[in-house]
Design a protein around this ligand. Structure first.
Ligand SMILES: Cc1cc2nc3c(=O)[nH]c(=O)nc-3n(C[C@H](O)[C@H](O)[C@H](O)COP(=O)(O)OP(=O)(O)OC[C@H]3O[C@@H](n4cnc5c(N)ncnc54)[C@H](O)[C@@H]3O)c2cc1C
Ligand code: FES
Length: 281
């Protein structure tokens, strides 16, 4: 059992959890993820580490309440326990002095990007960061990311804050030489970022989030195609060369169980979960 020490709302439907998990906190590295199972009958959901503190024995993750399990997780209170957490899983990010690095994060993945930005900065890189969300209301950690960046940009899909969309990145890339780009966020956004950096010849690393079950290379559910080869998101990734990824195939696979997922969330809400669950808890 893993005690929830902090449950904090960062933006509507986006929550930060700090959990007591000393053995994971000791081994964790930026770029890795954990698999969370809320209770004995719960499904396994992968969440990227957004922080870890070996001294206090804690790990942090930030999640979007999108479906049944993430909504159920969101109503846990501080002091409640999570039945099982497995990790850290996946390969850590490559952290070294590359030179000038463009870091582009969207939505909930701004949280793990902050961890990555911190590590890349400590390794001596010049950091140019762009964070984005659908609308201004969903932005968080702006000040924290800005404080670690040499240059900082914000974008929203609807233009409600700063730049509209990511096209402005082309102007930034045209002005200076970049040695690397790392991108985390919705698949469509990472596809867009990879298309923008490709003509500039900037090595681009994206964090893929295919549907996973065991997270250890055994079930094959997390198959992704990279450079024409089949890879497993969990053990070969989660980071891959963005210029080689078949993003359209990934998007298709991610939507495979949409009707079942919607039904599962609906049934759970009808049984008193969701907001009612939060009030009753
Ligand atoms: C390596 C990895 C890291 C991730 N990190 C984060 C994170 O830090 N924060 C965050 O909010 N989300 C993260 N995700 C996505 C997160 O796992 C899904 O949002 C979650 O599983 C949805 O479960 P649900 O029951 O609430 O919603 P559902 O309604 O079941 O699913 C909503 C959508 O989430 C995706 N999804 C569903 N089940 C899984 C699964 N078992 N594995 C992966 N994706 C699934 C599908 O695209 C689905 O359409 C990550 C996924 C992967 C693979
Ligand atoms: S999640 Fe099972 S092989 Fe990757």
């Amino acid at each position: 059992m893993y005690e929830v020490l902090k449950n904090m709302e960062l933006a509507p439907k986006i929550r930060l959890f700090e959990v007591y998990a000393p053995e994971m906190a000791e081994k964790a590295k930026p770029g890795q993820f954990v698999i969370v199972i809320i209770d004995e009958k719960g499904e396994r959901i992968p969440l990227t580490l957004a922080g870890y503190d070996a001294e206090n024995g804690t790990i942090t993750f930030v999640f979007n309440e999108v479906g049944k399990t993430t909504k159920q997780l969101g109503i846990l209170r501080e002091g409640d326990s999570i039945w099982n957490i497995t990790g850290p899983l996946g390969n850590p990010s490559e952290i070294r002095n590359f030179g000038r690095v463009l870091c582009v994060a969207g939505g909930v993945m701004i949280a793990p990007m902050l961890l990555q930005v911190k590590a890349l900065r400590e390794a001596g890189n010049t950091i140019v960061t762009a964070i984005g969300a659908r609308i201004e209301e969903l932005l968080f950690f702006e000040e924290e990311v800005k404080a670690l960046s040499h240059e900082f940009y914000v974008a929203t899909d609807d233009g409600s804050k700063s730049y509209k969309g990511l096209d402005f990145l082309r102007q930034i890339l045209a002005k200076k030489k970049f040695d690397r780009c790392v991108s985390m966020g919705p698949v469509v956004m990472m596809k867009n970022v990879s298309e923008i950096t490709k003509p500039f010849g900037i090595p681009t690393v994206v964090t893929l989030t295919p549907i996973m079950v065991d997270g250890m290379g055994m079930c094959g559910v997390c198959r992704v195609t990279v450079g024409g080869k089949m890879m497993f998101g969990c053990v070969d990734g989660p980071e891959f060369d963005g210029h080689q990824v078949d993003f359209d195939g990934l998007i298709k696979r991610q939507r495979m169980f949409l009707p079942e997922e919607r039904l599962s969330a609906l049934l759970w809400e009808l049984q008193g979960g969701c907001e009612c669950g939060r009030k009753q808890a």
